[in-house]
Design a protein around this ligand. Structure first.
Ligand code: AMP
Ligand code: MG
Length: 429
């Protein structure tokens, strides 16, 4: 008799996976290799930025009080006593009616308290002496970037677990991190199962297909920030598969299998969980595609059984594996960001299960739209390549029409969300 499985809610499945969440270790890498890694420790300003008062323009530094009566009709003459570029420091003290020629980024000399831009003065040379004519009054602090105005020593700037983007990398450099403590990447073992599977290098044969899921999962693992170890594809043979899963469990932090997780004659994953003595966490979720998505736990290690159907496999990873990996790397926003937009076509077929439709985003006249791409079947592979979002159509008794408000899970998002997508009441439902 075919086993009857009781589906659990998506939210429940995510919660169950996250009950086993773990924080991984850290490692130190060169700043040149820190991109897209997750910060292992918070970034705190260890000095003021800028570290000294500096000029944001090319100009002349002088004393504002000396310019009080300056006007077009009454230009005042200042003696230029020094010239400095960025990186240079003037040793002169700016006195009454004196100025220092200063370039962008240079430290404001002692005595001066404002800067007038180069293009606003007339330069006059008298013998060996240089002067400028100032034709307007200046206020103390005019055109000065003050020490600490960007950030002050001791300010917390970036939380641990943030993914290092160009701005964060700039901060790391600012504070002298030639080496950066980042989260170690979790190693994800990938086993594609199925006697029909060929490699990308193989010619097609009758009844066979090339394994696409294995490679797709590799890319999903990388996009989530992890590293993968891909094992040879495994035929539907209990003993070989059991051995492959055992090896992967020994060598990796988590293991993902694709295929063989349903109730067919050659679907051996359920039996493998039993043989391993693993605790089955779930094997049916109220969602389409990917209702057979399974997860088992052994010695604190998770073994994800994703469907062999490419679209189902893809969705299973995005919803359940990705947050686990991101949390591992210290992220406090491990879930994928979602937004709300308008459905750009009809989807008349009602479904008791929540549906994740591969979609394409567009933006017109200030509104966000999402249109389904490709064929909406779990076995379809092309739609995954065209999709940049998952259009979420909550299960229910009715279908959806063009213009309905829908949630959109952003597949390319790297910022993350503190909360996973979950069913909620939308205005038009
Ligand atoms: P299964 O989950 O093993 O029942 O497989 C469901 C469907 O997905 C079948 O049509 C398989 O041939 C196909 N399939 C299984 N594994 C893969 C894979 N690695 N790449 C592409 N298609 C697959
Ligand atoms: Mg199979």
């Amino acid at each position: 008799m075919v086993e009857r499985r009781k589906p659990i809610w998506i939210k429940e499945a995510i919660e169950i996976v996250m009950e086993y969440k773990k924080r991984g270790e850290g490692e130190t890498v060169s700043i040149h290799e820190c991109d897209d890694r997750y910060l292992y420790t918070p970034l705190i300003a260890d000095h003021d930025v800028p570290p000294f008062d500096r000029s944001p323009y090319d100009g002349f530094a002088l004393r504002a009080s000396d310019t009080e009566v300056a006007s077009r009709e009454n230009p005042l003459l200042f003696e230029v006593i020094d010239e400095i570029g960025a990186g240079q420091v003037s040793l002169k003290q700016v006195g009454p009616m004196q100025a220092v020629r200063i370039m962008t980024g240079a430290q404001i000399p002692d005595g001066a308290n404002c800067v007038i831009m180069l293009e606003l003065v007339k330069e006059v040379t008298e013998g060996a002496k240089k002067y400028i004519e100032v034709k307007r009054p200046l206020q103390e602090g005019d055109n000065i970037s003050f020490k600490g105005e960007d950030t002050q020593k001791g300010s917390p700037l970036i939380d641990k677990g943030e993914r290092i983007n160009p701005g964060i990398k700039a901060l790391l450099a600012t504070f002298g991190y030639s080496k950066v403590k980042v989260a170690k990447k979790p190693t994800v073992g990938i086993i594609a199962t199925g006697s029909e599977l060929l490699g990308p290098e193989d010619d097609l044969e009758p009844g066979k297909i090339r394994d696409s899921n294995g490679y797709m999962i590799e890319a999903q693992v990388l996009r989530a920030g992890g590293i993968f170890k891909k094992y040879d594809n495994c035929a539907d043979d209990l003993e070989t598969l059991l051995q492959a899963v055992k090896t992967a469990l020994e060598e990796c932090d988590i293991v993902i299998t694709t295929g063989g997780v349903s109730v067919g004659d050659f679907d051996y994953l359920p039996e493998i969980y039993k043989r391993l003595g693993a605790k089955l966490l779930f094997n049916k979720i109220a969602m389409r595609p990917g209702s057979v998505t399974s997860c088992a736990e052994i010695n604190g290690r998770l073994l994800f059984g994703l469907s062999g159907n490419p679209s189902a496999c893809y969705v299973g990873f995005e919803l359940f594996v990705k947050p686990y990996l991101r949390y591992w790397m210290q992220s406090n926003r491990p879930y994928t960001l979602f937004i709300t937009g308008e459905l750009k076509s009809d989807f008349p077929k009602p479904n008791p299960f929540t549906r994740f439709v591969r979609g394409k985003l567009s933006y017109t006249d200030g509104r966000i739209y999402a249109e389904p791409v490709g064929l909406d079947k779990s076995g379809v592979v092309t739609s995954i390549a065209w999709a940049d979002c998952l259009i979420v159509l909550p299960g229910g008794t009715r279908g959806y029409i063009n213009g309905d408000e829908v949630d959109l899970i952003l597949l390319e998002d790297q910022k993350g969300s503190e909360v996973p997508w979950q069913e909620r009441k939308l205005s038009k439902l």
